[in-house]
Design a protein around this ligand. Structure first.
Ligand code: SAM
Length: 208
């Protein structure tokens, strides 16, 4: 097990989901891809992905100062040339987004643990920054019509809403509709362990 550097945060969930998430990303990120990670949290995903995918450049970001300090601590210990320094990015605030294009935007476990405005900002940012063949990758639990929500996800949803009424599992149809309003179509829905989903959005191609 990698020792936790001084000043870094760690999450047991990351140890469980990082390999399945990498398995989704690896075949879909071409060499040289510029990846913008939104809501990197502790930064453990960033280090794990950058180590496994040295041919892509990985830019971690988050809203919170504690997260940014943790990402910096993990990054310093990992010493990976393709892992950029963390930057502050509030998904809901367009002014905090970088201007450089991205080949991929990766956002793990933010959509349900933030107000809906963060997801609105995420989709708007993806519309602005994604290259023509770029992709937006989301990971997390969702509610879906016609598919019973797992009891563990219902309990998680209730606990999130108790912490903050603006949080909670999102309806996949609402997320998909929001993405479509920003020119992004749901290209892949991939079932993940523990009743999570990976969602891959791509720009809608103009009709020929
Ligand atoms: C549950 S953590 C997930 C962190 C990490 N992606 C992971 O899976 O371990 C949610 C993260 O979303 C970040 N966050 C919440 N609202 C945000 C916003 N508006 N813009 C960017 N990040 C945000 C929080 O600071 C936190 O780091």
């Amino acid at each position: 097990m990698t020792p936790v550097p001084a000043g870094a945060l760690t999450s047991p969930a990351t140890a469980r989901n990082r390999q399945p998430i990498l398995d989704v990303l690896a075949p879909r990120l071409p060499a040289g891809a510029r990846v913008l990670e939104v809501a990197s949290g502790a930064g453990e995903h960033a280090v794990f992905m950058a180590r496994a995918l040295p041919q892509v450049s990985w830019r971690p970001t988050d809203l919170s100062p504690e997260a940014l300090a943790s990402i910096a601590a993990w990054r310093e210990a990992a010493d990976l040339p393709s892992l950029e320094p963390p930057r502050r990015l509030d998904a809901a605030d367009p002014a905090s987004w970088p201007s450089e294009p991205a080949d991929a935007i990766v956002c793990v476990n933010m959509v349900h643990i933030s107000p809906w405005s963060a997801t609105e900002g995420l989709m708007a940012g993806a519309e602005r920054l994604l290259a023509p063949d770029g992709r937006l990758f989301l990971y997390g639990p969702y509610v879906e019509a016609d598919i019973p929500t797992a009891p563990s996800n219902l309990a998680f949803d209730a606990s999130l809403r108790a912490r903050d009424p603006a949080w909670g599992l999102r309806d996949l149809a609402e997320v998909t509709a929001l993405a479509a309003a920003h020119g992004l179509m749901l290209a892949e829905r991939i079932a993940m362990p523990a009743n999570n989903l990976s969602l891959v959005f791509q720009r809608r191609r103009p009709a020929l």
